[in-house]
Design a protein around this ligand. Structure first.
Ligand SMILES: Nc1ncnc2c1ncn2[C@@H]1O[C@H](COP(=O)(O)OP(=O)(O)O)[C@@H](O)[C@H]1O
Ligand SMILES: [Mg+2]
Length: 413
């Protein structure tokens, strides 16, 4: 386009451009405002536009061909005037938008509605993209569309800062929700624990008074089993809400299992047998006794639930040397292993992968909380050990807790 025609578009656009340049930083050299500059409108305009450094401010003809270029455009997009004047402004759009006819659509909208403003991704000369805030103003004189004024601002930093802020707010909301759930679980579990203790004690006392009536004894046994299950649930909730601190103790695992057998057997549905196979003379482990009991109850409950009627669940203990996952290199150490093995339905890979997530359950409402394995994993890791799960659909599952053996033990060699 000839220089005279460009000047003509600029003149027609001047009132709109001036209105839009409120935010521009204009670095006009004072000396430029000589009489001649002030009285020569085309110089005045050039001065104004060339002084805009933080906005790309340029003219398009009605088809979108670039007619002028300012230093701000060169700074933001990386092209010199020689490289872009006479070419279509769609070159700054990502290929996907260009092919979808986005540049042309924006011009048509600006011509139709008298203004277009939006945000989007644009390309620099080096191929990198930046977040752009754009304004397109049609230049109309006596009903004829002469072209467009295009103003682009690089708002990448702003956009990134807003994204970071939004992500931080989201993370904060999530943390607050977790905290609320944690507080709720903690409160509920303490409350329920008190209630269940009262119920459990009452059942004990009643069973002493009712004599040997088998039907009444059966009813009391199922009430006791339900109370045990309620107590387990409250312990799971408490472990999830981190409402308890571990009280470490030197524990003889075989003795602990022996002491729990009756309760464990009671928690298995009728028709499921419980076997044990313990390695004698195991070193002690240093952990929270009550938590280990909860973990064992969780594992046996899972195994019994997965086992068909008439099947058996096996608890075994052993001493093993394994690589210490926390140590660098290849140092081995002694672990006391507690295994719960079943020949039940096993887990499909997508279930095994998620099984230790808090609240993940494949059981119906009222049958599972999804907090069992999460307690097992949490407690074992906190005790310096790790969990191994071996499972095959249709064959069975073995969950092993590897708990660090106390180093001073005579077995730990
Ligand atoms: N021994 C097992 N055999 C088959 N599936 C199991 C076994 N142990 C755990 N699972 C699967 O892992 C899920 C999560 O277990 P858990 O955390 O104890 O929660 P819940 O038992 O309340 O569902 C169970 O719902 C079940 O699908
Ligand atoms: Mg469970």
């Amino acid at each position: 386009m000839a220089h005279a025609a460009r000047a003509h578009i600029l003149h027609a656009a001047l009132p709109r451009v001036c209105a839009l340049t409120g935010a521009f930083s204009i670095n006009v050299v004072a000396a430029a405002f000589t009489d001649s500059a002030l009285t020569d409108p085309s110089r005045q305009l050039r001065l104004l536009i060339d002084s805009v450094h933080d906005h790309a401010l340029y003219l398009l003809d009605p088809d979108g061909i670039i007619c002028s270029w300012n230093p701000g455009a060169q700074r933001i997009k990386g092209f010199t005037a020689d490289e872009v004047v006479g070419t279509h402004f769609g070159r700054f759009y990502p290929a996907k938008d260009r092919e979808a006819g986005e540049p042309q659509r924006l011009l048509q909208q600006a011509a139709r509605e008298g203004h277009h403003a939006s945000e989007g991704w644009r390309l620099r000369k080096d191929g990198s993209s930046f977040r752009a805030s754009i304004v397109i103003e049609p230049v109309v004189e006596q009903g004829t569309l002469l072209g467009f004024v295009k103003i682009t601002r690089d708002i990448t930093e702003n956009w990134q800062a807003q994204r970071l802020l939004r992500d931080a707010q989201r993370a904060l909301r999530q943390t607050q929700q977790f905290e609320t759930v944690g507080r709720l679980s903690r409160g509920l579990s303490h409350e329920f624990n008190n209630l269940l203790t009262t119920i459990g004690n009452a059942i004990d006392l009643v069973s002493l008074r009712v004599g040997q009536d088998p039907r009444t004894q059966e009813l009391l046994a199922s009430a006791q089993a339900a109370t045990d299950r309620g107590a387990l649930l409250t312990r799971q909730l408490l472990a999830f809400s981190s409402g308890q601190t571990l009280v470490r103790d030197q524990v003889d695992i075989n003795a602990l299992i022996g002491g729990q057998l009756e309760v464990l057997q009671r928690s298995c549905p009728t028709g499921i047998g419980l076997d044990t196979s313990m390695t004698l003379g195991l070193p002690r482990v240093c952990l929270d006794r009550a938590q280990l009991e909860t973990a064992l109850t969780n594992l046996v409950a899972n195994a019994a639930e997965a086992t068909p009627p008439g099947g058996r669940v096996r608890i075994t203990t052993a001493l093993e040397r394994r690589l210490d996952p926390d140590a660098d290199g290849h140092s081995e150490r002694a672990y006391v292993t507690l295994r719960v093995h079943d020949e039940g339905r096993g887990m499909a890979p997508e279930i095994a992968e998620r099984a230790s997530e808090p609240f993940f359950t494949t059981k119906d409402i009222g049958k599972g909380s999804g907090l069992g394995l999460s307690q097992v994993f949490g407690f074992t890791t906190q005790s310096g050990g790790f969990v191994d799960v071996a499972t095959t659909p249709g064959v069975g599952t073995t969950v092993s807790l590897l708990l660090p053996a106390l180093e001073d033990s005579t077995h730990d060699r």
